[in-house]
Design a protein around this ligand. Structure first.
Ligand code: ZN
Length: 130
């Protein structure tokens, strides 16, 4: 395995329900889907202090229409939240006939990153109570 590869793909290993904790080189990834939307294909790239998080969203049922948003927390080794970022998907609604992936992508400068937590919220960011 090439050590310069900083890519981690965890999507295929995550079940349909509940939380999942995945281990990257030094970064834990914890994903909490909502009842309406699953977060998959999460990828964390670290370039020094710069962290790039991407993923895709899948509806849990045919009645899901809104893509909502994803709250992303960056934690250090002590479990302290260093930074919180809200990610808005590239589209607001799941279109039945669209094959375009519903994806999100955020970048942040995080020193001492040990864990990334992703939580899906079905509401818009304005309704978020975080
Ligand atoms: Zn939220």
């Amino acid at each position: 395995m090439n050590k310069t590869m900083k890519t981690l793909l965890v999507g295929g290993l995550i079940g349909l329900t509940g939380c999942a904790t995945m281990k990257s080189e030094n970064v834990d990834i914890m994903i909490t889907p909502s009842s309406e939307v699953l977060i998959s294909n999460v990828s964390v790239h670290k370039h020094g202090e710069e962290v790039h998080v991407t993923g895709t969203l899948r509806p849990t049922s045919a009645t899901t229409s809104r893509t909502g948003h994803v709250d992303i927390e960056f934690l250090n080794a002590d479990g302290t939240v260093i930074k919180t970022v809200q990610a808005v998907p590239n589209v607001a609604l799941f279109m039945r006939n669209s094959r375009q992936p519903k994806s999100f992508s955020v970048k942040g400068e995080v020193d001492g990153l040990a864990e990334v937590r992703l939580v899906h919220h079905p509401d818009t960011m304005n309704e978020c109570e975080l």
